[in-house]
Structures are given as structure tokens and as C-alpha cells.
Design a protein around this ligand. Structure first.
Ligand code: ZN
Length: 255
């Protein structure tokens, strides 16, 4: 789809997104900027399903959904796109079906494959933003390094129990940018997956909502540029702290 061909008429904008247009920094121009943006969303678990809902409901022009996993009963307490009828179905397919009925403007593609498999398709020409909501350290490292290599704005979110991490890099400038491996240089992959971690749904909701608020407001700008930002969130203590990395730049390369 040629997104440049897609413009909302004024009545449609006001009817579907009127309350969002009232937010400072969005207005009708910002809504049309959102309509021209194409996001790659990696992972459709607790974080990704919530993110997919908010991004589509905001009127993002195009979203590509990636997840190789199928729905299981243990997912349902936190992964809001699914119900008991969806068990054993691909998360990406169910999510596309759910999200397709929300508005009249967002084009939705889905692939029931990993990020690494999607990379092999080499279909990144129109992607404006990569948002990694996966629970996999290797995927996050690969996605951040790929975004950096292509100068694509990037965010990743992670949760464990009552804690969350928001990691965002513009990757539009060479200096002072980090990949996910800079954040956890010595992590053991098996220790990072939230697959076996304690979790309640609202923690995912909080962290995904915080990230989506930042992404939507930024992509509504004519020239978006995400801040290089790392936030550590603890919902048990209600603390949100910015993390400063000591390294001046990232020297990691694709694995
Ligand atoms: Zn790095």
C-alpha cells in the first residue's frame, strides 16, 4: 500500500479520533502523520497485545505483527487479544482478526514467524519504527542492532514480576546510541525470558501503555525522533528511574 495516497477526510478524522486530536502536539496534522507511519511490532504476548491495541486504536497507518507462538490457556490472564476459543491458534493471526475491527484506517499485516525469519524476507523498506515486545534477549539484541544498522527508531519493553524496562533509541544519529546488549552485556538468555517469570497482567499494561504514549506522541510529529532513553520501572515501590549507561557508544555487531 502506498501510504502517501492515504489521507483522512476531516469528518472522518474528527469522528474516529476527535478526543486524540485535542491532545497538544497531535491535532489533525499529527493524526495524518500517524496515518503515514509503519510500525513493526515484535512479540504478541502480554506486552505486545496491549501495545497492538493502543497503536491500532491511535490510528497508526500500518502495523506488521510478528509472533511465531500459538495461544495457550496460561496466556489468557495477561494477553488481552485472546480468549479460550483461540487456544492453539497462531497469536499473529488472532491478533490481526481482533485488531482489524477497530478502525477504518490501519493496515495490518501478520506473520507467524520469528524476527530472525522475518529478517530473511528482507521487507523493511517502509518501516518507520521497530517496537520489540518480545520476551527474548537474543531477539531484542538482534532487533536493536538491526534498527541501529538501518537508522530506524526503536523501542523495547520488558517486564519481570512488578518491574519493567523501557529502552528507546532514535538510531538516527551515530553517536551515543546503544543496542540491547549494551544494557545487559553478560545476561544469560535463559534467565531473561519472562516465559517462566512471575507476572500479573497490569504490570504489562502499565509498561506497554507508557511506551505507547511516548511512541504515539512522537510519531505524530512531522519529524519524529525518539529520545535515547532507558527507564527502570518498579510498580511495587512506584519508582520510575532513568538509567545512565557509562559506555559512550555501542560496538556490538549482529550475532
Ligand atoms: Zn551494543
Amino acid at each position: 500500500m502506498d501510504l502517501d495516497q492515504q489521507e483522512l477526510n476531516e469528518n472522518q478524522v474528527i469522528e474516529e479520533f476527535g478526543r486524540q486530536l485535542l491532545v497538544p502536539g497531535i491535532s489533525e496534522a499529527g493524526q495524518n502523520n500517524l496515518l503515514k507511519k509503519n510500525i513493526l511490532l515484535i512479540g504478541l504476548g502480554a506486552l505486545g497485545t496491549i501495545a497492538s491495541q493502543y497503536l491500532v486504536r491511535a490510528g497508526i497507518g500500518s502495523i506488521t505483527l510478528l509472533d511465531f507462538d500459538r495461544v495457550s490457556l496460561s496466556n489468557l490472564h495477561r494477553q488481552i487479544n485472546y480468549n479460550k476459543n483461540d487456544i492453539d491458534q497462531y497469536k499473529s493471526e488472532i491478533s490481526k482478526t481482533i485488531l482489524s475491527n477497530i478502525n477504518s484506517v490501519t493496515k495490518i499485516d501478520q506473520y507467524p514467524i520469528s524476527f530472525e525469519s522475518f529478517l530473511e524476507m528482507n521487507d523493511f523498506d517502509n518501516i518507520d519504527y521497530i517496537f520489540d515486545c518480545s520476551d527474548n534477549y537474543v531477539t531484542k539484541t538482534n532487533s536493536s542492532l538491526f534498527a541501529k544498522s538501518k537508522s530506524i527508531a526503536y523501542s523495547s519493553i520488558s517486564i519481570n514480576s512488578s518491574e519493567g524496562i523501557f529502552f528507546s533509541q532514535s538510531y538516527l544519529k551515530e553517536n551515543n546510541s546503544y543496542c540491547f546488549k549494551c544494557l545487559f552485556p553478560n545476561i544469560d538468555e535463559t534467565n531473561h525470558r519472562c516465559l517462566n517469570s512471575a507476572m500479573i497482567g497490569p504490570v504489562a499494561g502499565f509498561v506497554a501503555s507508557l511506551a505507547c504514549s511516548k511512541i504515539i506522541l512522537e510519531l505524530a510529529k512531522t519529524n519524529p525522533e525518539m529520545k535515547n532513553e532507558i527507564l527502570l520501572i518498579d510498580l511495587l515501590t512506584s519508582d520510575i528511574n532513568k538509567l545512565q549507561l557509562n559506555k559512550s557508544n555501542c560496538n556490538h555487531t549482529d550475532e
